[in-house]
Design a protein around this ligand. Structure first.
Ligand SMILES: CCCCCCCCCCCCCC(=O)SCCNC(=O)CCNC(=O)[C@H](O)C(C)(C)COP(=O)(O)OP(=O)(O)OC[C@H]1O[C@@H](n2cnc3c(N)ncnc32)[C@H](O)[C@@H]1OP(=O)(O)O
Length: 483
């Protein structure tokens, strides 16, 4: 029934596009459907189809055409095809609606408890071991998603900065949603109506910018697939490109690590194994394995656990000597060297009240939203530090340590922690503050590397803690920029 309704809906859109071929006609149809929805014209059984039709109206005419042609060619087309990865979607509404469908999340906050309770029964569908799950290939999770900024001026508004570039924070949100959808495509089980897995973002391993400027009036294409899996974790690699001068040119490459949990998001849950098809995929798998080992090594050598290396100690001591007042014989009198800024003067803080609007499909705060807020604060800090608008060079090692509950007070604190020439390394730390118990709990740590259009002042640590921040920033900088 749902499939027939869906097919009928797609046909209606297709006919309208073909007959009228005008963007305004799409808006009229959209408006008409919204009015009908508002007037409660549709019976409850028709509502999902109408809502889906509304979201499909955001599709580019060409994307609808391709989708329809593909569907019509494939006579075995069923509801399953909506959950497999062979269709090109336009981002925002369809990707998020699709995620909501996959886990059965509520559309209204007032229903969220019921929706979560409904998910509890899915626990029995979880695999008892990874071997019980069929192996998947990389192409099973391959997804391509279009963001039609060039042809959809209304969509552009959401992405536009005052300086006529694209808000990178919005791109972070889209990448996060896409990584989740890719992971669900990998773990898709056609026998189940809903996925029993709750897939959350554990880590943004790396985002490398291959082009600093993102144009607000050119179409964007995202693509991605699963490139490595552990027992309960999934590595998804994504690429973003932008259409300019008749071709798509690369903008960024991103690697995210997602973790599968049970329906209540309480315990880890197994994911399907991954098998490589050919040498290129074999190489990706090995890279995934190497990435995991590198993460373990980095975490073991963390300055929160072990002392700095000999070279690092020398750096810190020489920075210290550089700040001593030569007129006094004292370890205490410190003087700021020329063209430098004390680290304590390169902070910027913010607060977010975590409203239900920013929830994800598991009724916690959406990881992409956290990344956007942290990025914007970090960017503003780098901007104020360098005295000009910096460009992003890399995002590295964003750790999602704990979920952020709806209603939390989220304190964000950004710090310029390392500088070199035109580069500014910024760390953003986020924590939730419970006003009743007065407890603080770290939820995330974000690392961003920016480049300014001129050399920036040197950042100088004063305390031992700041020196560790400096070394940590240097490690992240070397990892992202120097190679
Ligand atoms: C309804 C309205 C909806 C609107 C639409 C909204 C948009 C839709 C958006 C959709 C939703 C968008 C998505 C969102 O918004 S998700 C929201 C943002 N993310 C979070 O809130 C996650 C917060 N963190 C945690 O909950 C825990 O720390 C997790 C669960 C991540 C790990 O917990 P824990 O440490 O206890 O786990 P474990 O010891 O059992 O290990 C389990 C596995 O995890 C691997 N691991 C762990 N840490 C890391 C790491 N740092 N790097 C790499 N791997 C890591 C580990 O190796 C192991 O793998 P394996 O060896 O088994 O393979």
């Amino acid at each position: 029934m749902f499939f027939h309704l869906l097919r009928l809906s797609v046909d209606v859109v297709f006919v309208h596009i073909n007959l009228l071929s005008l963007p305004s006609s799409l808006r009229q149809l959209q408006f008409f459907l919204f009015c009908c929805l508002a007037a409660d014209v549709f019976s409850p059984s028709l509502l999902p189809g109408v809502e889906l039709l509304l979201s499909l109206l955001f599709l580019e005419a060409s994307a609808v055409k391709t989708t329809l042609t593909e569907r019509r060619q494939n006579e075995t087309c069923s509801l399953d095809s909506l959950f497999t990865a062979d269709v090109t979607f336009v981002l925002c509404f369809p990707v998020r609606n699709r995620l909501r469908e996959i886990v059965g999340a509520s559309t209204n906050w007032s229903d969220h408890q019921q929706a979560m309770a409904d998910r509890v029964s899915l626990s029995s569908m979880l695999a008892k071991s990874q071997q019980d799950l069929p192996a998947r290939r990389m192409k099973d999770s391959y997804l391509e998603v279009h963001l039609p900024l060039g042809s959809e001026p209304q969509l552009r508004e959401k992405y536009l900065t005052f300086h006529n570039t694209v808000r990178f924070g919005r791109i972070l949100e889209d990448l996060d949603s896409l990584a989740v959808l890719i992971s669900y495509s990998h773990t898709y089980n056609s026998a189940l109506k809903r996925s029993p897995l709750s897939i959350v973002t554990a880590l943004v391993d790396k985002i490398d910018m291959r082009h600093h400027v993102i144009y607000p009036d050119c179409d964007i294409k995202f693509s991605g697939r699963v490139t490595w899996v552990g027992r309960t974790s999934i590595e998804a690699k994504m690429h973003m490109s932008q259409y300019r001068d008749g071709a798509y040119a690369p903008v960024l490459d991103a690697t995210f690590v997602m973790v599968a949990r049970d329906p209540e998001n309480k315990r880890a849950a197994f994911v399907n194994p991954l098998k490589a098809d050919g040498p290129e995929e074999e190489k990706l798998l090995q890279e995934g394995e190497a990435n995991k080992s590198r993460r373990v090594e980095l975490s073991t050598a963390s300055l929160l656990k072990v002392a700095p290396t000999d070279d690092e100690r020398k750096i810190i001591h020489s920075l210290f000597l550089n700040t001593l007042d030569t007129n006094t014989v004292s370890f205490r009198s410190r003087v700021l060297p020329p063209n430098s800024v004390w680290m304590e003067d390169a902070k910027l803080k913010g607060l977010e009240i975590c409203h239900p609007q920013e929830r994800n499909i598991f009724n916690r705060i959406f990881g992409g939203f956290l990344m956007r807020k942290a990025y914007e604060l970090g960017w503003a800090n780098a901007c104020s530090y360098g005295g000009c608008r910096p460009n992003l060079v890399a995002v590295d090692d964003i750790l999602f340590q704990k979920p952020v509950e709806i209603g939390s007070l989220l304190l964000l604190s950004s710090q310029v922690c390392y500088t070199q020439g035109k580069y500014i390394q910024v760390r953003v730390h986020s924590e939730v503050f419970d006003p009743l118990t007065r407890q603080h709990n770290t939820t995330n740590v974000f690392h961003y590397t920016f480049i300014s259009d001129r050399d920036v002042p040197n950042i100088i640590p004063k305390t031992y803690g700041e020196s560790m921040l400096y070394l940590d920033g240097k490690r992240h900088f070397n990892q992202t920029v120097e190679p």
